[in-house]
Ligand binder design. Sequence first.
Ligand code: ACO
Length: 447
Amino acid sequence: MSTERDPSTRNPRPFPYELRTFPMRLVDGKVPDEVAKWTQAVALGFYGNAPTAEDIAKFAVMEEVDGRMSTGAYLTDAPGHAGAWGPEYPVATYAYHRKNLNVGGGTLLPVHQITAVTVRPSHRRRGILRAMISSDLAQAKAAGIPMAALTASEAVIYGRFGFGVATHVCQVEVASRGGIGFHNPAAAARGTVEVADPLTVRDLHNGIFARVHAATFGSIGRHDMYRLIASGQGNYASLEPSRNVRAALHYDAAGAVDGYVSYQPDESATPPTVKIVDLLAAGEGAYLALWNYLGSLDLIERVTWDMAPEADPLEWAMAAKRDYKRTGTEDHLWLRILDAPAALAARSYAADGRITIHIGDPLGHASGIFSIEVAHGTATVTRCREDGSVAPELSMGVSELSSAYLGAVTARILQAAGRLREEMPGAAARFDALFALPVAAHSLTNF
Ligand SMILES: CC(=O)SCCNC(=O)CCNC(=O)[C@H](O)C(C)(C)COP(=O)(O)OP(=O)(O)OC[C@H]1O[C@@H](n2cnc3c(N)ncnc32)[C@H](O)[C@@H]1OP(=O)(O)O
């Protein structure tokens, strides 16, 4: 259940800002001034290097590929402090691109991906984020997008806007001194692994990711910059290539590349460690074979990865399971259902049955009473009348439903956490039977 106050009951605050939204792109081969200043403001907010004009042009070319739209909040009545950034620089930034989310059963659901949220320190806590996200989510809903998503820098900001933690990633350490021993060595030796120039990873990235994305429940689309991130060629903080990022490719039995790992030494770590920059395994056998390769790195005693799945076949493939240490688990993808019938009908279900739920939504987009009827793994979702003629069996907030959507949490756990109410005995267990999923969702993409 949402604990949010209704925005309409808040005291009106002065809001001397205008929100302007524009596409990220070059115009006649040049960077528009608003794009340049917006990009400078984002770098300020995330403590990145001030980007050069050349960097900004490269960012804009990639962002145009993504169809990225940016919003800036601009002072409408700027007092004009001598020497300070003027009103042409936004005091807050926000952006989105639209890709899709693998919700199982071969379905890729359109998703509105929010990123680059910053508010200048001198303008914080004046409602700018609330204004930007409220208007953006309303426009996404009006455009027919059923789901919004983000990865959060802080855990306490986005629940109030209806987002809930939907996937987790694990930080793992794998002891690799002398190689990784496998229960079934043949399973970790399929195909061939060979060293390659990281630029090859940059060039092959999109094709391999498309295969992994289509096959991985919980995977969300990657933006164009990811080719560079995955291959160590740059990111939004710096477009300078990391020269210590190395890469290896996996070839299937027919000699086609079906996976890669990029990695770099972790200079601050003892014992000698390499950390994975990105690992994509599209073909059968590629995942274990790439780990086998990492285990074969001489002089290295440990391999670390910050994006491991919660259920990792590697852990069960290793002869010494305890050499696989999960050192942390973090929330990763946050989802926000905008259109409950469309989102709930899109995912697949393991069991047939029926439940009626009440969804509370502080922004109104997903609120209502809905009957979910599953037959042969497919749900028919119907909005019910709210005149007292239909009694919901469960009540929850949209943040809670968004967390349960890909199976990150069950209704019974949410009930025990005080975040969901059973209106009829046994309803939480029936919801869980319907929503249970055979695999844990895994998103491999930061944005
Ligand atoms: C998807 C991403 O891009 S994640 C990256 C997010 N960006 C950052 O973390 C960069 C640094 N931080 C910032 O730029 C800003 O502090 C932001 C964006 C987090 C918040 O912006 P603000 O304009 O100050 O938020 P705003 O005034 O609209 O507050 C909205 C609500 O969130 C709450 N809130 C905002 N930031 C925080 C926080 N860090 N911790 C707790 N509550 C917060 C406010 O209290 C307010 O609550 P209410 O409306 O229910 O009373």
